[in-house]
Every structure is written in structure tokens, then in C-alpha cells.
Ligand binder design. Structure first.
Ligand code: 4AZ
Length: 442
């Protein structure tokens, strides 16, 4: 939370919010490869960019028919010395030509022998190298369009317009467990595909997307062992389209990476608080990381909380509850106390007034970036605001002796700047979805 009273950075309290950043609470992890994968034997190292998988011979593959060089064989049975020399020369020549042809074919078609640099990707058929940032950018660069014809479409594109603009591409089977992964050209990394109710038709579709048309092998779902912090999920309502077009990104939803600490005000005392393992993380299905629309996620704890003087519930507003702009609202968090500053050890809290959405959407403030799922709060002159590390924290109001959760801290342009108030998720818009999730996960 930032207090921009003109005092230089460093004066006043600063604080750290790790409430939503679980990684710091664990001891340092064993070394991982720079791309975040656990170390595997060399043959399992992921390529930094997608490569075409070498074709493997399946039962459906046309068998290679090996024939004896009959005429040569006949020639080699001759007893004459000249014929023997000719035979040896011909045999050597044939082997040499064969080796050269094989080397050229291997050089052109084997992915491991790619001519491309690490920042480039090879167009499958022609061997042309293109920058990996051009892969799935909506414009075809490869001679046969390989860079655009296997792209997954982000969720909002699928829902909004069916637009074929692509941001993700290429699927593969990774590591000793053959984890199905998809490459995000936007994020320049591979992510595992995770899905409840996975079925054989998805296996078939995945194999087809990788170029295996006839045979496929179906396996049980497996826990992710690559340490991935986010994954790709299927939009099952997307109809009968290719698998890679149905994939969209789901951030940070592995409950193993999260722990909830309750009853503490200082981060340094975190381990004195009660600790609760997270059973499930439920991100809003329509969260848009670009616009921050629907910026809310729920956590179901493995064990219920015990309420006491330090740990108390907050009430959810009814859906459609109208907010009185005069109603005082409070934000709290361990976030930075000034823009780009350090976070705080102590929990801070501040009063911020709500700002009408039509006003917050004016040209001078956020120029129509505020959706109905967002709510603005703060002072137009700056001074008091939420800041980096506060996101996920509450915007609450006290009415009739009850604290209500009006918003969850989401975003803003800088901290405590004039005409740039804090933006919060509008919880009344999410109440129905929250109840639905509570019912489905109880
Ligand atoms: C953040 O990154 C953040 N000034 C939260 C709130 C605001 C900016 C950034 C609003 O957690």
C-alpha cells in the first residue's frame, strides 16, 4: 500500500506481501534447469523452442523392405580377379553413395540436427529457420505455413469471436512420463496440459495433432513432475476443433505451491501463525491476463479455519448489491509503500473512497479500461493507494456492524499517482460464481 505524501522513498513503513506468493516460504529448491524444469538426464532436456519430433516407427508405419543387391551378389560370385576388384569397387561405391544420401536426408529432416539457432525454429518441411517470436503470430512465415497451422487460440478469442489469431503452438510428449505439453510462443515456455475428465478422444486428438494419424496409446492421468507452476487447460465447450485450438493458459493453480497462514500481522512472524495446506485453487475461467478482467481466484483449504479473535470471516455481498459511494472502504496488505519500493513486514491498512465507474472510465483516468467486473477506489489527487504486492488482498466496508468484501486488489497504473486510482475486482459480480464453486467443491 502506498502513501504518496511527497516524503522520499524509504521513510515510513514498508512491507512485504507474500500472502499470494508462496514460493518464498519454502526452503531453496534443488537446482533446476534455467527454464524451470527439474533436471532430467540429458535426453529429456526440453528444447528451448519447439522442434519437430522425430518420426517413430509405429505398427501402422509402412515397413521398410530390405532387398539384397541381387545383381551385385551374382557378380561377386565370379572367380576372375578382375571381376573381384570390380565387385569390391562397386560395393564400396554403393555404400559411399548410400552414406552420402543418408547424411543429407538426416541433416535436412532430423530435428536434433537443426541448422537453426536457439532463438529460431525450423519450418518442418523446408528446413527454413524463422525467429521463434514469429511462430504463431498470426502471419505465415514458413514456406508451407507450418508456423501458423498448429496454433492454439487463447480462451477469450474462442469465446469472443472465433478469431484465428494465434498465440500458442506445438504440442509434444515430454520426459520419462510422456507428459503432454504445449508450447506458448507468447511466454516462450512449454506447459503441461491438465484436464479433469480427460478422455480417449482427447488422446486421439493429441496424437493426431502430433502427426500420428492411425495408432495412439492411451495412458492414465499422472501428477505433474516437472514443477510447472501453471498449465494449459482445455476449453471443452469449444466444439469439435483441433485440440491445440482448445488450449488456454491457466496460471498458478497447483495447490501444492500454496500455503495459507492465519492470525499474523507481521510477515516475519508468519511461521508462528497457523498453517493451512491448500486443497484446490479455482481461478476464474474468464480471467484475462491482459486486461485483468475477472481477476479473482478461490482457494479451498484442506482443513477448515477455526474462528477466534484473530481469525474472522468476511461476508460476501449479495449479487447486484448497489454500493453507496459515500461508504468508507478499507484496503490492507503487505505490499510496497511506494511505487517500485520494498514490501512491508507489517500489515498496513488505509481508507479509500469508491470512485464511480463512469468517472473512472473517463479519458483522464482509465479511458474505458474499467469493465463491470472491476471497481475503482482511491483519491484522484493520489496520496493513498494499494501497490505492488497488495494484489489479492481485500477491499472491505463496515455496514451494520458487519464487514463486507467489496473488492479484491487487482491493478492500477503505478501507485498513489494523481488520476490513477487502484482497481479492484468487483466482488458483487463474482458472488454467484463463488457460490457455484463452493457447492461444486464442498
Ligand atoms: C500489484 O501489482 C498492484 N496502485 C496492486 C495495486 C496497484 C498496483 C499494483 C494499484 O499488486
Amino acid at each position: 500500500m502506498a502513501l504518496n505524501s511527497g516524503s522520499p522513498p524509504g521513510i515510513g513503513p514498508y512491507y512485504e506481501n507474500h500472502g499470494y506468493q508462496s514460493e518464498h516460504i519454502y526452503p531453496p529448491r534443488s537446482p533446476v534447469a534455467p527454464n524451470g524444469y527439474n533436471l532430467y538426464p540429458a535426453q529429456y532436456y526440453p528444447s528451448p523452442v519447439p522442434q519437430y519430433a522425430p518420426r517413430v516407427t509405429t505398427q501402422a508405419s509402412t515397413p521398410v523392405i530390405r532387398t539384397q543387391p541381387k545383381s551385385l551378389g551374382t557378380l561377386c560370385t565370379s572367380t576372375s580377379q578382375n571381376k573381384k576388384s570390380l565387385c569390391v569397387a562397386l560395393a564400396l561405391g554403393t555404400v559411399l553413395v548410400g552414406a552420402v544420401v543418408a547424411a543429407v536426408l538426416l541433416w535436412r529432416f532430423l530435428p536434433g540436427d537443426s541448422k537453426c539457432s536457439t532463438s529460431e525454429m525450423e519450418c518442418g518441411s523446408s528446413g527454413t529457420c524463422i525467429s521463434s517470436s514469429l511462430w504463431c503470430d498470426g502471419i505465415s512465415h514458413c514456406p508451407n505455413g507450418e508456423d501458423e497451422n498448429r496454433c492454439a487460440v487463447p480462451n477469450h478469442f474462442l469465446e469472443a469471436s472465433g478469431d484465428q489469431h494465434c498465440h500458442l503452438s506445438s504440442i509434444r510428449l515430454y520426459g520419462p512420463s510422456f507428459t503432454l505439453q504445449v508450447y506458448s510462443s507468447q511466454r516462450k515456455a512449454w506447459y503441461p496440459v491438465c484436464q479433469d475428465d480427460w478422455n480417449e478422444s482427447y488422446d486421439r486428438a493429441a496424437c493426431k495433432d502430433m502427426g500420428y494419424k492411425n495408432n495412439f496409446y492411451s495412458s492414465q492421468g499422472i501428477p505433474d513432475s516437472t514443477g510447472a507452476t501453471s498449465f494449459m487447460k482445455l476449453n471443452v465447450s469449444a466444439g469439435n476443433i483441433d485440440l491445440y485450438k482448445k488450449l488456454y493458459h491457466r496460471p498458478l493453480s497447483n495447490p501444492r505451491y500454496w500455503t495459507a497462514f492465519t492470525g499474523i500481522l507481521k510477515q516475519t512472524l508468519m511461521f508462528y501463525g497457523r498453517r493451512h495446506q491448500v486443497e484446490k485453487v479455482i481461478s476464474h475461467p474468464n480471467y484475462d491476463s491482459k486486461t485483468k478482467n475477472n481477476d479473482i481466484a478461490l482457494m479451498k483449504l484442506q482443513t477448515p479455519l477455526t474462528f477466534n479473535d484473530e481469525v474472522k470471516p468476511v461476508c460476501l455481498p449479495n449479487p447486484g448489491m448497489m454500493l453507496d459511494l459515500a461508504q468508507e472502504c478499507w484496503i490492507s496488505g503487505w505490499g510496497a509503500t511506494y511505487e517500485k519500493g520494498k514490501t512491508s513486514d507489517v500489515l498496513n491498512a488505509a481508507m479509500v473512497p469508491l470512485i464511480e465507474t463512469s468517472r473512472c472510465n473517463s479519458k483522464y483516468i482509465y479511458n474505458n479500461l474499467i469493465t463491470p467486473a472491476m471497481i475503482c477506489a482511491g483519491f484522484l489527487q493520489g496520496t493513498v493507494d494499494s501497490c505492488q504486492g497488495d494484489s489479492g488482498g481485500p477491499l472491505v466496508t463496515l455496514k451494520n456492524g458487519i464487514w463486507w468484501l467489496i473488492g479484491d486488489t487487482s491493478w492500477g497504473s503505478g501507485c498513489a499517482k494523481a488520476f490513477r486510482p487502484g482497481v479492484y475486482g468487483n466482488v458483487t459480480v463474482f458472488t454467484d460464481w463463488i457460490y457455484q464453486q463452493m457447492r461444486a467443491n464442498s
